[in-house]
Design a protein around this ligand. Sequence first.
Ligand SMILES: Nc1nc2c(ncn2[C@@H]2O[C@H](COP(=O)(O)OP(=O)(O)OP(=O)(O)O)[C@@H](O)[C@H]2O)c(=O)[nH]1
Length: 307
Amino acid sequence: MLDKIEIVILSGFLGSGKTTLLQNLLAQEQQRNRKVAVLMNEIGQVSIDRNLLNDHTPLEEIINGCICCTSKTQLENALLTLYMQEKPDVIYIEGSGIAHPMEIYDACLSPVIAQNIIVKSIITVVDGNIWSGKHTLSLRIQKLLEEQIRYADQIVINKVDLLTSGQYNQIVEDTKQLNPHAMQHMTTFSRLNVVDIINRDQKSLLSHEKLHVTEHLHVSSLTYTFDKPINRDLFIKWLEQLPVSVYRIKGFLKFLDDVNSIALFQYAFGVPFFYREEVNLPLNLVIIGENLAKDLLKEQLNQLEQY
Ligand SMILES: Nc1nc2c(ncn2[C@@H]2O[C@H](COP(=O)(O)OP(=O)(O)OP(=O)(O)O)[C@@H](O)[C@H]2O)c(=O)[nH]1
């Protein structure tokens, strides 16, 4: 089994400074001698940003589609390709400016590779200038900007050079209110030493800081592997009692009433879907949510295997 590959998700609205940040990060990774791969998602028909990266960095691109719709499977496949072919230490995923960070997070956790990766950080770059004038944007875009901030564990407030001190203070306050857990960085041209922040050794931090760090990424995931078929009704009963903080589950199941096939299972915000598949895949179930009670969930899933 290969070592776990780190994933860092770069989120942020169009033009906020994600590619600029990525270039900075890649330079820092190079100094640390780590093997890096990049996955980019752009909405346009052609890739613009690839020219901004050096030729040695393995790159997969998903062009002309946003991860939140059909391109999600493409992202899963691209990630799998990078994982199998390049075996990097870390994969940076730059989402399109209109992608929701949770959609990217979700797409990373394909049941096929969820056990082999670890999402280290969700970094959202906020365009200070756009944020200050956000009332001129549609409500949908305003909501997206807020969501991109809400789900980050590192917030890079960029383009500080274009802000008045009043605007600067307002952004700091707004982002703190939307996401009190995240670390804030105020930057110009996305200049910050974030690699160290992502990789800092938690043991070396002061104890109060340690607690803070472990709480940063408040969205988490759990992968459970079933060894045998389970009872369908009991599984559905289990789903019905889940707290709303579990908002996504996906994976492969085998039910006692149909042991010759596999059920591809999808669950989003309380709504389950089962698709019958005639393939043989490991029975991995990935659960995504906020403040997951992992031990309890494992125990409950283990119980399902006892019937
Ligand atoms: N004035 C100013 N310009 C910046 C800053 N950071 C980035 N830019 C410029 O903003 C533009 C967009 O930056 P990118 O890094 O390409 O932004 P992006 O988020 O990758 O953009 P998309 O790929 O369209 O989503 C570029 O022209 C950058 O040079 C900053 O701090 N201040």
